[in-house]
Design a protein around this ligand. Structure first.
Ligand SMILES: Cc1cc2nc3c(=O)[nH]c(=O)nc-3n(C[C@H](O)[C@H](O)[C@H](O)COP(=O)(O)OP(=O)(O)OC[C@H]3O[C@@H](n4cnc5c(N)ncnc54)[C@H](O)[C@@H]3O)c2cc1C
Ligand code: FES
Length: 366
């Protein structure tokens, strides 16, 4: 009896301590943010200190992160959190600046109709505060740095490899670097002036910019052409980031010459390995058990896109099956995973909304 009373008292005191702790922590967090919006007791936040228009549709946001930021390795990305119409939304962005500096930058291309990139372009200026995740990803230069490197990028895919180049330059470690970049026009080349400047100052950097609107410059990607420009490409430690079509062709070329083991790559947009077994597009009845709502989703996109199309705002980050932010419990129904091809029909299975398509009516824990 005594021990039951003791346990009950212990639980009561632990519970009240926990509630007090939680309440005080929240209060402290509130006041810390009121005094200085970049400081927080619980996460990484950063203030925008400069916005640089790189091209017509690309801006760099220079950020001053708080003390919770632990730095990054060249090539890594961070999960940026912004609040749009009262909803927290996340997207990954590569860090385009070199490591080891107090300020970091992300460089964002505005995707037509894109929710976060458009919002950043239209609404975020100097003084704004955004949330960040810790730097992550294994798209990084090897240690020690390989003597012969090929940095290969297209469009906004230049951002992680630019961080690598800036890092190498800061460490005076540009020994034999071929930097090949593809853009539609000369005006679309992000960091164009800085690249020219680096090439002029570093004898070990060979800069090849391919654009479609300049007769004096090489044009868009072509296998034979790349092999002519960089004859030893298959022996170079290569870092690739760009649009899906460019990446697919480069991956195939490297595979054909047996050099895939030299190729590191970063994709901004997932390449689904499987196409859905049944054509989506018909209405799917989705019951959301937590919010007690019911929506009919339509369209050929992922479950995440379909729910967003129906006005829902499920948590998400990378939108390509990496970060698991969108993982949710499926109570009933069938979905197909676009990356693995697995079909989940069992009740109460975890699914990732961003890489799943519905194959029946569903009940989700949302
Ligand atoms: C690891 C990683 C690093 C990244 N780094 C960068 C970076 O440095 N700079 C940058 O600009 N973006 C980067 N991205 C892409 C970024 O996370 C967003 O996907 C992009 O900004 C679009 O988001 P959105 O909310 O504007 O568009 P959404 O509203 O999410 O998408 C709208 C439509 O655009 C399509 N779409 C999404 N991204 C692209 C794209 N890049 N090109 C063409 N179509 C697209 C979607 O499939 C969708 O149909 C990175 C992504 C990952 C996973
Ligand atoms: S949003 Fe990152 S795994 Fe789905």
């Amino acid at each position: 009896m005594k021990s039951a009373e003791y346990i009950a008292n212990l639980w009561r005191s632990t519970r009240s301590t926990l509630f007090r702790r939680l309440f005080l922590d929240r209060q402290a967090e509130f006041w810390v943010r009121e005094i200085d919006p970049v400081h927080t007791l619980t996460g990484i936040r950063a203030q925008v200190v400069d916005v640089i228009a790189e091209t017509d549709d690309t801006k760099s946001f220079v950020l001053r992160p708080n003390a919770a930021w632990r730095g990054h390795r060249a090539g890594q990305s961070t999960l940026v959190e912004v609040e749009i119409d009262g909803v927290r939304v996340h997207r990954f962005y590569s860090i385009s600046s070199a490591p080891g500096q107090a300020l970091i930058s992300i460089t964002v291309k505005r995707v037509p109709g894109g929710r976060v990139s458009s919002w950043l372009h239209q609404h975020v200026g100097v003084g704004h505060v955004v949330g960040l995740g810790p730097a992550s990803g294994d798209f990084v230069l090897p240690t020690p740095i390989s003597a012969r490197l090929l940095l290969l990028s297209g469009g906004s895919g230049i951002t992680p490899v630019m961080s690598m180049l800036r890092d190498l330059a800061a460490r005076s470690a540009i020994e034999d670097v071929a930097f090949v970049h593809y853009a539609r026009t000369r005006a679309d080349v992000i960091f164009g002036d800085e690249l020219e400047d680096l090439a002029a100052r570093h004898a070990g950097l060979r800069l090849i910019v391919c654009v479609d609107d300049d007769d004096d410059a090489p044009r868009g990607f072509d296998e034979a052409h790349l092999a002519a420009l960089v004859p030893d490409f298959a022996e170079r430690s290569t870092f690739l980031c760009g649009p899906g079509a460019l990446m697919d062709r480069v991956e195939k070329l490297w595979a054909d010459v047996g050099a895939s083991h030299h190729l590191q790559r970063e994709r901004f947009v997932a390449a689904p390995l499987f196409t859905p077994l049944v054509a989506s597009g018909e209405g799917v009845d989705v019951r959301l058990s937590r919010s007690q709502r019911r929506v009919v989703t339509r369209g050929a996109g992922t479950l995440l896109e379909q729910l967003e199309g129906a006005g829902e705002r499920p948590a998400n980050g990378c939108r390509m099956g990496i970060c698991r932010t969108c993982t949710c419990l499926k109570h009933s129904g069938t979905v197909e995973n676009l990356v693995t091809g697995e079909v989940s029909s069992e009740p109460d299975q975890e699914i990732q909304l961003c890489i799943s398509v519905p194959r029946s009516d569903l009940e989700l824990d949302l």
